[in-house]
Design a protein around this ligand. Structure first.
Ligand code: TRP
Length: 446
């Protein structure tokens, strides 16, 4: 009896942890503004297609490796590589993943800090009775204030690192699980409100009638990067969670559940946000500020708006918190594997990521014109290159390792979907996912 209970508990715990990693800024903040910048429906279509044929199969590959290795990413890769009779240098893939999450976490913390600011502002009622123009202007004023941004970035980094240092992320995930349904309900309420706005019809048409001729290489690249980012795939961060995955749990079933939840959040947020965009005559391609301007406008039209806006940002903060813990964990694990104490490792990683994050903070004021690469300032650089290149490259290598290098019986056992399910997965990874990522990356780098 107690054994079944325990297993049930850990099965749930695994899905909770992965959902916690997946649902975050990618769904509510980045998905809408990327959709806006990439012409709407074509981006949405490509994103969903990439989630299905790249994100999901490679997510399975990544977790499968961790589960088969039963160790942290670098050790797991080296161990499995030796077992397969190939070079243990595969372990460096774990380090590449750590580099990727380092840069992602540096901006993730800054943007999560914006949610803290907006949580405080909405609780203080600073958005009530304001016109949409005033709400837009107050976001610009906030971005121009590096001190306030640094304060919130620091606070978020401390929140993340204290949980990582204490190793108590399980508690947070349970809390998250308790409160996530409320986030869905709030999003559904927002969509209900969206239906009543003038912009709803336009938003739906704009989101759901793709013009296939509008597909360009940059839209494809953006959608691919986003599919990896939103599912938390490609940086060996989920590999680490796979190591704790219990036996007798079908991997495809577990990750399919996560993907459905993840895409649902993005869609609901997208419908709500673009209805506001079109009813206010705003520009869909407004950029990273999109969510922070549209949601206060939407809520300020609803009864009890300021309160619910506060609740919304609180839930968003919780969702980003569990994501950032997933981002930080592989970094800390590298140092603890090297013999450092957990607390020290967390402090070291936290302060280095924090420092690099300051470059993103100042990208909205004094460093806005400092271009690092291809005309991008630091914030633009870290929100592009790690997502659109590092994650797909990491995912590609993970997929090659799982589907071509690992012995079939080890991989099959770890996937836990029977021989038929295994062949289907491996065929998809070998002949669809891998070639597709290669083609997109090569065309982009050409
Ligand atoms: N998926 C998260 C989001 O959508 C971000 C994230 C968490 C992530 N862990 C990751 C992205 C690991 C890449 C790799 O907000």
């Amino acid at each position: 009896m107690s054994e079944t209970l325990e297993r049930w508990g850990s099965r749930r715990a695994f899905i909770l942890a992965v959902t916690g990693a997946a649902v975050g800024l990618g769904n509510i903040w980045r998905f809408p503004y990327m959709t806006g910048e990439n012409g709407g429906a074509v981006f949405l279509l490509l994103y969903v297609v990439f989630v299905l044929i790249l994100g999901l199969p490679i997510m399975m590959a990544e977790i499968l490796v961790g589960r088969a290795g039963r160790r942290g990413p670098m050790h797991a890769l080296a161990h499995l590589a030796r077992q397969a009779g190939v070079s243990p240098h595969w372990r460096w893939l774990g380090l590449f993943g750590a580099l990727t999450v380092f840069f992602i976490l540096s901006f993730y913390s800054v943007v999560s800090g914006w949610s803290i600011e907006y949580l405080i502002e909405s609780v203080n009622g600073n958005f009530s009775g304001r016109t949409p123009d005033e709400i837009g202007a107050s976001f610009d004023a906030f971005l121009a204030d590096p001190l306030r941004m640094t304060f919130n970035h620091t606070l978020f980094m401390l929140l993340t690192m204290s949980v990582v240092a204490a190793g108590i992320s399980g508690g947070l995930e349970r809390l998250n699980n308790l409160l996530m349904p409320l986030l869905y309900i709030l999003l559904v309420v927002l969509v209900g409100y969206a239906v009543t706005t003038d912009g709803f019809g336009t938003a739906m048409a704009w989101l759901f009638t793709p013009d296939l001729e509008a597909i360009t290489l940059s839209v494809v690249l953006n959608a691919m990067g986003h599919a990896f980012f939103t599912l938390a795939v490609g940086a060996c961060a989920l590999m680490a969670y796979g190591a704790y995955m219990p036996d007798h749990q079908s991997l495809p079933r577990a990750v399919a559940a996560v993907a459905v939840l993840d895409v649902a959040v993005a869609l609901l947020a997208g419908i709500a946000i673009f209805s506001v965009v079109f009813s206010q005559g705003m520009d869909p391609a407004e950029g990273p500020g999109l969510m922070f301007v549209t949601l206060p406008i939407a809520f300020s039209d609803l009864p009890g708006g300021p309160l619910w806006l506060g609740v919304f940002f609180l839930l968003l903060l919780l969702a980003t918190w569990t994501s950032s813990i997933n981002l930080a964990e592989p970094l800390v694990a590298i140092l603890t594997d090297a013999g450092l104490k957990r607390g020290k490792a967390a402090a070291l990683i936290g302060s280095s990521v924090w420092l690099v994050g300051l470059l993103s903070v100042f990208s909205f004021s004094s460093l806005s014109e400092v271009k690092w690469l291809a005309g991008m300032n630091f914030f633009e650089l870290v929100t592009t290159v790690p997502l659109e290149f590092f994650l797909p490259i990491g995912g590609l290598l993970i997929a090659i390792f799982a589907a071509w290098i690992m012995p079939a019986n080890t991989a099959m056992r770890s996937l836990d979907a029977g021989p038929g399910g295994f062949r289907l997965w491996r065929g998809l990874v070998r002949y669809v996912s891998i070639p597709l990522v290669v083609i997109v990356l090569l065309s982009a780098l050409w």
